[in-house]
Design a protein around this ligand. Structure first.
Ligand code: BTN
Length: 260
């Protein structure tokens, strides 16, 4: 059963169907399964507790009961070019950033490509997964996990990057469903505009570590160090390498770390 206050916050948003789970494995998996069975555009899955929440690089995502926001939305892009699919996860990140700005006057940033940071600590992760039928894109499931209460911050020995939560930044306990509604409002505005110059401008404005030395690592072991210059309009990250040359990196299996 969907909690009453969640329903109240979602009222007025054009969501065709919402599924709420007190406990589930992963809302991304639920949404992918639902999409495969015909879930409509903007079908939403929300969970209080995920037992197998997943993140990028096949990592686990911590979602204890009563503390975090974990949801996935089904998008059914029409005529989207494959080159634009990687822009869906920054869409999730920018939506969370602007929701935190609008509702709580915070100043979040985006660690390329799609982690949301508060005071240089991770508060939100985004995982976009595509559902294909042969060569045809059926749906994109955009999964968003936000640390809200302090107990949603994973234990220090389970994280690779410092983490924080929204309650700590705001200085009080906020309502998760209010935040969800704010994120969805922004997301619905940007959805369909992710290839526009306005989208890139807003993304770039909030990019963390610009003008700082960073390292990009890929799971294969290669790494590149350079000065972070910004993002191109295709979402690629621009780095200036030690020899002064500029190199671009596509959104993919790359981890970004500040060097200082
Ligand atoms: C990351 O930073 O690695 C991405 C984490 C994405 C977590 C969210 S929580 C809701 C949705 N369901 C999942 O299993 N994962 C995403």
């Amino acid at each position: 059963m969907i909690p009453k206050d969640l329903l109240l916050y979602l009222e007025g948003l054009p969501l065709p169907e919402v599924r709420f789970y007190a406990e589930t494995g992963s809302t991304n998996q639920d949404a992918l399964d639902w999409a495969a069975q015909g879930a409509p555009e903007l079908a939403l899955v929300v969970a209080d507790h995920q037992t197998a929440g997943r993140g990028r690089f096949s990592r686990q995502w911590f979602t204890p009961p009563g503390a975090a926001l974990a949801f996935s939305i089904v998008l059914r892009p029409v005529q989207v070019s494959t080159a634009h699919i990687p822009l869906y996860s920054p869409l999730g990140a920018l939506s969370v950033v602007q929701a935190l700005e609008n509702a709580y006057h915070l100043k979040p940033q985006i660690k390329w490509p799609n982690d949301v940071l508060l005071d240089d600590r991770k508060v939100c992760g985004v995982l976009a997964e595509a559902l294909w039928q042969g060569e045809t894109l059926q749906a994109i499931v955009l999964g968003i996990g936000i640390n809200v209460a302090p107990s949603s911050v994973p234990p220090a020995d389970q994280i690779l990057f410092p983490a924080t939560c929204v309650d700590e930044a705001v200085g009080r306990s906020i309502n998760r469903w209010e935040l969800l509604a704010e994120v969805l409002k922004v997301l619905l505005e940007w959805h369909g505009k992710i290839t526009t110059s306005a989208f890139f401008a807003e993304w770039q404005k909030r990019l963390a570590f610009v003008g700082q030395m960073v390292r990009l690592e890929n799971p294969g072991g290669d790494s590149f160090e350079g000065l972070l210059l910004g993002v191109h309009t295709n979402g690629h990250l621009r780095l200036q390498l030690d020899d002064g040359s500029e190199r671009s990196f596509a959104i993919g299996d790359l981890k970004l770390r500040p060097l200082s």
